[in-house]
Design a protein around this ligand. Structure first.
Ligand SMILES: Cc1cc2nc3c(=O)[nH]c(=O)nc-3n(C[C@H](O)[C@H](O)[C@H](O)COP(=O)(O)OP(=O)(O)OC[C@H]3O[C@@H](n4cnc5c(N)ncnc54)[C@H](O)[C@@H]3O)c2cc1C
Length: 420
């Protein structure tokens, strides 16, 4: 960190060492006069879950952070399939455009993304076994952070990168609530060699559907293959614990949700070694009116700021973009949080609003279509689930170039300044 007397000294506490926290720490460490500490509750930084998709949007921001070349493992996902899980009928096949692309979209292990980010965090920044219990607004003095081990830390700015069940958000937005969506997800990794005899299509990233469940298969590189299966049950009659995240579950229990599927899919599930499954209960919450609080002393990045429950399969990318934009905004306003945080809000809030609006419109469209179908068959319900007329152009998400977004905002800001 360089020190410049004309720039405010800023003590930043980042809570959480997921993709958002790590990216924020990397980006902030490049800014003059910022001292950054990252506090992670786990005693060891390890990702639970299985695979993660890295598309153009995530590559763009990894490039800006200087991390892209460190992420070397993964399986290219040029083709994406959607199939009927009971009949095997192919319902949708997408070929991603290859022209002008320097880094292919990939599915990789979560641990690989985490390793790549970790390699760029400066030594001494991460403090493990530090679970934030609560925090107190100390007005002009900053924020006091109380950890479960009894230690107390002061900071000028707190970055809540503590995921969908955020303690930072609970403290600064006390009335905010997340609810079980009804969806339960089970994830695992196993060797490709253990299942490759079953169907050549299993080597292509794809979803196999029934009306209320799906099974996702994808290679993730390093000879490994991922299964991420999910089932929806009406949350009015089915509940889940907020803590149910990455919990080991019995094979027979997982398999019981997928009995309607083709025998080869059931066989793939049956080949998961005992103890291999982890269960995740999906929670979601409403849109926030602001991503900053306590007079610009608290800001949320990643899942804590938009509890969408992984809806676009790109939440790690969003979290990393948040961290990068936050650092640019602070650098631009010389660490003056009263200007930098509103700038962060102005860039990221409308983006998340658009995601909420998109999901609401899609849900409406599906519900209307189902109603129009009257008494739809199994196959009609599956088709309705995956075919989207409303939202095919998703380039604003998957091709997002956060560097260009930033430039556009700053150009506008500079122009406005000239006009004053
Ligand atoms: C099933 C599923 C599939 C997904 N697939 C994809 C995908 O393919 N591509 C993609 O980009 N995204 C995907 N996502 C979304 C992605 O996982 C998240 O959006 C991403 O991990 C968010 O990063 P984050 O850093 O905001 O939060 P998290 O990854 O949740 O990290 C939060 C960190 O904060 C720590 N923490 C929490 N509370 C405290 C506390 N009180 N004190 C200290 N530390 C704390 C946690 O231990 C954790 O390390 C998926 C999500 C789900 C559920």
């Amino acid at each position: 960190m360089t020190v410049d007397a004309s720039i405010r000294n800023l003590r930043v506490a980042v809570i959480g060492g997921g993709p958002g926290g790590l990216a924020t720490a990397i980006a902030l460490s490049k800014i003059p006069n910022v001292s950054v500490n990252l506090y992670e509750q786990a005693s060891l930084l390890r990702e639970v879950g299985a695979g993660i998709s890295i598309g153009a949007n995530t590559w763009n921001v990894l490039e800006l952070l200087g991390v892209a070349d460190t992420l070397t493992s993964g399986h290219p996902t040029w083709t994406i399939l959607n199939m009927n899980g009971r009949s095997g009928e192919e319902l949708d096949r997408r070929e991603r455009p290859r022209g002008g692309i320097t880094r292919p979209p990939i599915r990789t292990q979560r641990t690989e993304l985490q390793k790549a980010l970790l390699a760029h965090v400066k030594p001494g920044v991460i403090q493990l076994s530090k679970r934030l219990a609560r925090m107190v607004d100390k007005g002009r003095k900053g924020v006091e952070l109380y950890f479960e081990d009894g230690t107390v830390v002061e900071a000028d700015l707190v970055v809540g990168a503590d995921g969908i069940r955020s303690v930072v958000r609970d403290a600064a937005w006390p009335s905010y609530e997340i609810k079980f969506t009804g969806t339960t997800i089970w994830r695992t990794l196993l060797p490709w060699d253990a299942v490759k005899d079953l169907d050549p299509r299993f080597e292509i990233t794809g979803w196999w559907h029934t009306p209320t469940t799906h099974v996702y298969f994808s290679p993730v590189g390093e000879g490994l293959w991922e299964i991420a299966s999910r089932a929806w049950q009406d949350p009015a009659t089915n509940s889940a614990s907020k803590k149910s995240w990455g919990v080991p579950v019995e094979n027979a229990y997982v398999e019981s949700y997928f009995t309607e599927y083709l025998p080869k899919i059931r066989e793939a599930l049956a080949r998961v070694p005992s103890g291999g499954w982890r269960e995740f209960a999906a929670f979601a919450g409403p849109e926030l009116a602001q991503l900053t609080a306590w007079n610009n002393k608290v800001v949320l990045v990643g899942d804590s700021s938009h509890a969408l429950s992984g809806a676009f399969g790109s939440g790690a990318g969003f979290a990393i973009e948040d961290g990068w934009i936050l650092a640019q905004a602070l650098a631009y306003w010389k660490n003056d949080t009263s200007k930098a945080l509103p700038l962060f809000d102005a860039i990221r809030l409308p983006y998340y609003s658009r995601m909420y609006a998109h999901l609401a419109a899609e849900a409406d469209r599906r519900a209307t279509k189902l109603k129009d179908l009257g008494d739809p068959t199994f196959d009609e319900r599956v088709r309705n689930k995956i075919i989207t007329d409303g939202g095919k152009d998703m380039s604003w998400i998957y091709q997002n170039d956060i560097g260009a977004v930033w430039k556009e905002h700053i150009d506008r800001l500079e122009k406005d300044k000239e006009l004053v």
